[in-house]
Design a protein around this ligand. Structure first.
Ligand SMILES: Cc1cc2nc3c(=O)[nH]c(=O)nc-3n(C[C@H](O)[C@H](O)[C@H](O)COP(=O)(O)OP(=O)(O)OC[C@H]3O[C@@H](n4cnc5c(N)ncnc54)[C@H](O)[C@@H]3O)c2cc1C
Length: 789
C-alpha cells in the first residue's frame, strides 16, 4: 500500500509551538544536542551542527524511541514534500536508520546524496532503540535546503505500526500515526570544531568548549537559506476545507473570484489523494474515508491522524473536515431550523432560506438506501425498533421527503453517500472548484491568525512558507477572508487575531509567540466569541433481541471483514459495507416539562454497537463509566444480538456552553453544554422512558443498559456528563451575536465566518445538512455585498 508521512509544510513563522528545543547532553556519548522529547510518545529528536563558519553541509542527529515504536522519523526542514526525511526502526537488535525523499504526499523512497554514518552509541536495548548518525551532504537537497543559522521548525513523525519489512532497509511503510513540530534555534546548535569533529569521528565527551550560542552572525547564509516566496494576493482566502469552507470556496470560484482554500490537514478520500485503506481493499482506490462501513473503525484504529490533535473533542482535521469522518447522516433542514425564533435573522427566515436548501439538494441529494443495488442490508434493528415505535403511535415515513414532519415519525437513516461511497461536499463541491483555474487549495497549511490594520483584514498568517513570505498570504484590494475552521478552529483564529472576549485575548497576550503579534489593545474587538455553544446531549440505551445480527460489533470490518460482504462491496460498492452503522431514526416532540419550551427527542443514531467515547480525550473507553460496567456483569446476554438506541435531545435545547482556549492556546469547552439548563434533563429522561414504555410488547427484547437493577431516572442522573458529547457543536460565532446577517464578523470590514459556529441553535437533525444550506446562503450574501473584490 502506498503510504505518506504527513508532515506539514512548515517553517518558522513566529512559533506557537507547544515545545521548543533545548540543549541536552546525551550521557551515552557526551554529545550536546538541541532537541526535544515529545511528551506523548516520549521520542527524543536532536541535532548538532559544526561551526557556522565552517560552511559545512552536515550535522549529527539522534532519534531515541521507546522499543514499542513502530518507526520514528524527522524532517529537519519541517516539510514532507521535497525535503530530506530521516527515519529509524529496530529490527531485533539492529537499528535500521535510513534517509528518504518524497516528491509528493506519497511513499517516501530511498534518496541518493546524503552520506549517513551510524555513530557508536547507536543501539537497541530492552526499552529503547537509539540512532545517532552523522549526516553528510544533508543540508542541501533537490529543490531545497536547510538554514542552520535560523530559528526553524523541524518536524517529527511517529508510527505505532511497524514498517512492512523491518529487515529491509528500503522497505515501504504505512503513513505515520502522529506527527508534530517544535521550534528550534538552529543558530544556537553549533558545536566547536574540536567537539564536532571528535563526535563525527565516533568520539565521546566534550573538550569543555560548549556549543556556540551564535545568535547574531555576519556569516552569509545565502547558500542554505530558504527561498523567499513572492506574495501572491487573492480575492478570497478561505480557511478550512470542511463543509462550510468547501461550499464557500466552490461558489466564490464559480463566481470568477480568485480563491485560496487553506486546510491544516491532509487528504482523506482516494479522490483527494488519501491512501489509508484496509488491506482487503488494496488495488480498488478506496480509503478508510471512502468506505461507509468503516465509519465505526475511526474510533478504534490506533492510527488516528484524522483527528485534530490539539482540540480536546472529536474534530476532523483533513480535507472534508467533519464530513470526512462523520456518520454522514444527512437531514434536509426543517423550516423551523432557520426561523427568527431560533435566532436567525429575518432575512434568513419565512421561506427566504428555502432556495439555498434546494441548491444544496441539487448538488448533494440524500439517500436512505446507499448500497448501489438499491437493497437494504442488516435491517433487523429497523424491524424491531419499528415495531416498538408503531406501538407508540409513530408513523413510518421517508424522512427527507417530509423534512417538517418531526413528531412521532421514524424512517430509514438518510445519508449523503454517493454510489456506495462517502460523498458529501468533497465528492461534489470540491470537485467542481478544483476544476477551475482560479481556485487553489493548499493542504497541510495551518492558519494561526488574520493580519489586520484595525478593522481591515490584510491577509492571513500561515505556517506555509511555500505560499508566501514567512507564510503570509495577502488579500487583493477589497479582498476578504472567510473563516471555516469549525466551531473550535474558527474561534481560536479569532482569539489570536485580537477578536473575542477579553479573558481569551488576555491568554493570547501572555503567549510568548502570539502575544506580541496581537493588534494593540485599543484595536481589540470585543465580541462574545465562544459563547452560546450547543451540542446535543445524548444517552445510550443498549438492548438485545434474538433476531439481531450485531455484525461482530463492527470490530472485524477493518482487518478481517466477512468475506462475502467485502467481496460484494469491492465488486460494485453494494451490501452491508456501503452504509455506516445507523439504520433507523425517529423524532418526537415534547412540550417543556419544567418550562414551556418544545423540545424534540431525536433518536438519530440507532446502531448495532455499544461504544462509549470520551469526548475530552478522544479515546475509546469501552464501558468505563458510572453504572455501566456492573450492569453488563449483572445480566447475562448474547453479545451477538446487542443493539443501541442513542437518544439525543434535539432542537429546543436551552442549555448553552462556552468554548475557549487554555494557556497552550488549545480550544476546548470551558463550560460543557449538556444539561446546563435544568429544563433539558427532564425532557430527555421522559423521552428515554417513553422509548422503552412498551418494550414488553416486543417478545425477546431486553434492555441490558441500564439493567433491571436501576431506574431510568437513576441511570440518567448518574450518566457521565462528559460522555454526552454528540460531536454536533454549533454556536461559538453565532449569527447576530458575533457575525451579522451577512456573516461578517462585527467590527471588521472584510472578515467572515462560514461554518457550524455561526448556527445560533442546533437544528432538528444531525447538523451538517443545515450547515451546508447555511453555507450556500452565507456565501450568496457575501457575493451580493458591495465593496468586495
Ligand atoms: C465523529 C463525528 C461524527 C459526526 N457525525 C455526523 C453525522 O452523522 N451527521 C451530521 O450531520 N453531522 C455529524 N457530525 C458533525 C459534522 O461533521 C459537523 O457539524 C461539520 O463537519 C461541521 O462543519 P464545519 O465546516 O463547521 O467544520 P469542520 O467540519 O470541523 O471543518 C473545519 C476544517 O477546518 C480545518 N481547520 C481548522 N482550523 C484550521 C486552521 N487554523 N488552519 C487551517 N485549517 C483549519 C480543519 O482541519 C477542518 O478540515 C459529526 C462530527 C464528528 C466529529
Amino acid at each position: 500500500m502506498l503510504s505518506c508521512i504527513v508532515l506539514s509544510i512548515l517553517s518558522f513563522i513566529g512559533g506557537g509551538f507547544a515545545q521548543a528545543a533545548t540543549e541536552y547532553v546525551d550521557p551515552d556519548n557526551g554529545i550536546t544536542f538541541w532537541g526535544i522529547t515529545d511528551p506523548v510518545h516520549l521520542v527524543t529528536h536532536g541535532y548538532v551542527f559544526p561551526p557556522i563558519s565552517a560552511g559545512s553541509t552536515e550535522f549529527i542527529g539522534e532519534i531515541v524511541a521507546p522499543i514499542s515504536t513502530g518507526w520514528a522519523g524527522v524532517s529537519p526542514g519541517g516539510e514532507m514534500v521535497d525535503n530530506l526525511l530521516l527515519m529509524v526502526w529496530a529490527n531485533g537488535d539492529t537499528v535500521m536508520g535510513t534517509n528518504r525523499f518524497a516528491t509528493d504526499y506519497i511513499q517516501p523512497v530511498p534518496y541518493a546524496g546524503p552520506i549517513i554514518t551510524n555513530l557508536p552509541s547507536t543501539k537497541v536495548n530492552s526499552t529503547h532503540y537509539k540512532w545517532v548518525y552523522r549526516c553528510q551532504n544533508c543540508t542541501v537537497w533537490d529543490g531545497g535546503s536547510l538554514n542552520t543559522n535560523a530559528f526553524v521548525a523541524p518536524a517529527w513523525v511517529f508510527s505505532s505500526i511497524a514498517v512492512d519489512d523491518p529487515s529491509d532497509i528500503n522497505t515501504d511503510f504505512q503513513e505515520h500515526t502522529d506527527f508534530g513540530f517544535y521550534g528550534s534555534n538552529f543558530s544556537a546548535a553549533h558545536a566547536s570544531a574540536e567537539d564536532y569533529n571528535n563526535w563525527a569521528a565516533g568520539g565521546t565527551g566534550s573538550s569543555g568548549g560548549s556549543t556556540t550560542t551564535t545568535t547574531t552572525t555576519t556569516t552569509s547564509t545565502t547558500a542554505t537559506s530558504s527561498p523567499t516566496v513572492a506574495p501572491t494576493p487573492y480575492d478570497y482566502i478561505v480557511v478550512g476545507a470542511g463543509p462550510g469552507g468547501i461550499i464557500a470556496a466552490d461558489r466564490l470560484s464559480e463566481a470568477g473570484k480568485n480563491v485560496l482554500l487553506l486546510e491544516r490537514g491532509g487528504p482523506s478520500t482516494w479522490e483527494t489523494g488519501g491512501r489509508y485503506g484496509p488491506t482487503w481493499a488494496q488495488g480498488y482506490d478506496l480509503t478508510k474515508f471512502d468506505i461507509p462501513g468503516l465509519f465505526e473503525t475511526l474510533f478504534t484504529d490506533s492510527n488516528e491522524f484524522w483527528w485534530c490533535n490539539d482540540i480536546t473533542v472529536f474534530a476532523g482535521c483533513l480535507v472534508g473536515g467533519g464530513t470526512s469522518v462523520n456518520g454522514a447522516l444527512y437531514w434536509i433542514p426543517t423550516s423551523d431550523d432557520f426561523s427568527t425564533a431560533t435566532g436567525w435573522p429575518s432575512s434568513w427566515s419565512n421561506g427566504k432560506h428555502d432556495p439555498y436548501v434546494a441548491m444544496m439538494q441539487e448538488r448533494l441529494p440524500s439517500t436512505d438506501h446507499p448500497s448501489t443495488d438499491g437493497e437494504r442490508y442488516l435491517e433487523q434493528v429497523y424491524s424491531v425498533v419499528g415495531q416498538l415505535l408503531n406501538g407508540q403511535g409513530y408513523n413510518n415515513i421517508t424522512i427527507n421527503d417530509n423534512p417538517n414532519f418531526k413528531d412521532h415519525v421514524y424512517g430509514y437513516s438518510a445519508y449523503d453517500f454517493i454510489n456506495g461511497k462517502r460523498g458529501g461536499p468533497v465528492a461534489t463541491y470540491l470537485q467542481t472548484a478544483q476544476a477551475r483555474s482560479n481556485f487553489r487549495m493548499e493542504i497541510y497549511t495551518y492558519v494561526s491568525n488574520v493580519v489586520r490594520n484595525s478593522s481591515t483584514i490584510l491577509g492571513v498568517q500561515t505556517n506555509n512558507t511555500a505560499i508566501g513570505p514567512n507564510g503570509y498570504v495577502p488579500l487583493n484590494p477589497n479582498g476578504r477572508v472567510i473563516l471555516s475552521g469549525g466551531s473550535y478552529g474558527s474561534p481560536r483564529i479569532l482569539f489570536l487575531s485580537g477578536i473575542g472576549p477579553s479573558d481569551m485575548l488576555e491568554i493570547v497576550s501572555k503567549d510568548p509567540t502570539y502575544g506580541p503579534q496581537l493588534p494593540p489593545q485599543s484595536d481589540w474587538i470585543d465580541l462574545p466569541v465562544g459563547y452560546n455553544v450547543s451540542d446535543n446531549p445524548s444517552i445510550n440505551l443498549v438492548f438485545t433481541h434474538p433476531s439481531i445480527d450485531a455484525y461482530d460489533n463492527w470490530a472485524t470490518v477493518w482487518a478481517d471483514p466477512r468475506p462475502a460482504d467485502a467481496a460484494q462491496y469491492l465488486e460494485n460498492q453494494s451490501g452491508v459495507l456501503a452504509q455506516a452503522s445507523p439504520r433507523l431514526n425517529f423524532w418526537r416532540a415534547y412540550g417543556g416539562i419544567t418550562d414551556n419550551v418544545v423540545r424534540y427527542v431525536g433518536d438519530f443514531y440507532l446502531r448495532f454497537l455499544y461504544i462509549e467515547i470520551s469526548s475530552l480525550f478522544k479515546q475509546l473507553q469501552g464501558t468505563a463509566r458510572p453504572g455501566a460496567a456492573s450492569i453488563n456483569t449483572t445480566m447475562s446476554y448474547n453479545a451477538s444480538t446487542i443493539f443501541t438506541i442513542t437518544a439525543y435531545l434535539s432542537t429546543g435545547i436551552t442549555s448553552r456552553g462556552r468554548i475557549g482556549i487554555d494557556a497552550s492556546l488549545r480550544p476546548q469547552p470551558l463550560v460543557e453544554p449538556w444539561f446546563e439548563d435544568p429544563g433539558d434533563e427532564p425532557v430527555l429522561l421522559q423521552g428515554l422512558e417513553d422509548i422503552i414504555s412498551n418494550m414488553a410488547s416486543i417478545p425477546g427484547m431486553t434492555m441490558i443498559t441500564p439493567d433491571d437493577t436501576m431506574t431510568m431516572e437513576e441511570y440518567v442522573s448518574l450518566y457521565d456528563r462528559s460522555t454526552m458529547d454528540s460531536n454536533h457543536w454549533v454556536g461559538s460565532n453565532s449569527i447576530l451575536q458575533v457575525v451579522d446577517e451577512n456573516v461578517k464578523v462585527m467590527g471588521t470590514d472584510n472578515l467572515f465566518v462560514i461554518d457550524a459556529s455561526i448556527m445560533p441553535r442546533l437544528p432538528m437533525g444531525n447538523p451538517h445538512g443545515a450547515l451546508m444550506s447555511a453555507a450556500e446562503h452565507a456565501v450568496a450574501n457575501i457575493l451580493a455585498l458591495e465593496g468586495g473584490p
